[in-house]
Design a binder for this molecule. Structure first.
Ligand code: 1HA
Length: 271
């Protein structure tokens, strides 16, 4: 059912439904799908592919196997100032993936079996929706392993579960099962493990039946509430996109190209 669209080392990038659904799978099950700099670079390439491909309407982010969605940064390659890749340079480049997941103008669904922990937990937080298997377990570990994500991992988490719960999650570093996650609004639904992909695809197909521009504008609108001027940038970008498609905007461009004065008189000033 899935067709591989590009070969990677640490991830898989596949599509189904005639290319309408893209699935990005972190493929490092031996370390509970922890990410290293190479994984992150590949995730950015795959997200760009899904972004640029006009066939793709919805993106699934998941982890290989049923033990983990993602266990965060690979602690075995953590160096002095971040996670160290083949070039020897320490990086915290997963933050670029967080930005991309949030900014990409298509819904992203986290499909979570097993652990979504630490930086892996933040990845599901920034996805638009989360479908959890019954064995999913959620939590932050930062204060235990000498890290913290004070960006979206803190502030956006608090928007989802509230300030008290977000502080509990970060200060105590407990793990929460799928049912507890559902109760605190951290996930959208919980399904038996063997139905995880079927249910996720069902949610994707329901979204694919709807207006892509409406979904795109809604994502930008919901982001803008939290994202300040960068959120307004995306929201306003969509307004410009829609305006470019109008006869009124085309009159301005055509007049310039034809070296004449624009005539906007035929366009109504609607109340
Ligand atoms: O906070 C940030 C950032 C903040 C700002 C900017 C950028 C950031 C980037 C990253 C992060 C972080 O992600 S910090 C948090 C890092 N992650 C963790 O602290 C989770 C560590 N792992 C665990 O707590 C557990 O492994 C587990 C709950 C996910 C699974 O437990 P389980 O099922 O008992 O398996 P376990 O035996 O622990 O692990 C299986 C194998 O996977 C082990 O390897 P082995 O001993 O067989 O050689 C284990 O070492 C490895 N593994 C698991 N997680 C990681 C890992 N290896 C490296 N890094 C991991 N994160």
């Amino acid at each position: 059912m899935w067709t591989s669209k590009k070969d990677f080392e640490d991830i898989r990038y596949e599509t189904c439904d005639d290319g309408a659904i893209a699935k990005i799978t972190i493929n490092r099950p031996e370390v509970r799908n922890a990410f290293r700099p190479k994984t992150v670079k590949e995730l950015l390439v795959a997200l760009d592919l899904a972004h640029e491909d006009p066939q793709v309407g919805v993106i699934i982010l998941t982890g290989e196997g049923d033990k983990a969605f993602c266990s965060g940064g690979d602690q075995k390659v953590r160096g002095h100032a971040g996670y160290v890749g083949e070039d020897g340079i320490p990086r915290l480049n997963i933050l670029d993936v967080q930005k991309k997941l949030r900014g990409i103008p298509k819904p992203v669904v986290a499909m979570v079996a097993g652990y979504a922990i630490g930086g892996g937990h933040v990845l599901h937080i920034v996805c638009d929706l989360t479908i959890a298997a019954e064995n999913a377990r959620f939590g932050q570990t930062g204060p235990k392993v000498g890290s913290f994500d004070g960006g979206l991992g803190a502030s956006y988490l608090a928007r989802i579960v509230g300030q008290k719960k977000a502080r509990e999650i970060w200060y105590l570093c407990r793990q929460y099962d799928a049912q507890q996650a559902l109760e605190m609004g951290l996930v959208n639904t919980v399904v038996p493990n063997d139905q995880l992909e079927t249910e996720t695809l069902q949610w994707c197909r329901e979204m694919l039946a709807h207006s892509p521009l409406a979904l795109r504008c809604l994502k930008a609108s919901l982001n803008a509430d939290c994202d300040g001027q960068m959120g307004l940038l995306d929201l306003a970008g969509n307004a410009t996109l829609l305006y470019y498609m109008s006869e009124e905007a085309k009159e301005g461009k055509n007049a310039f190209v034809e070296k004449r004065q624009p005539d906007f008189s035929k366009f109504p000033r609607v109340p």
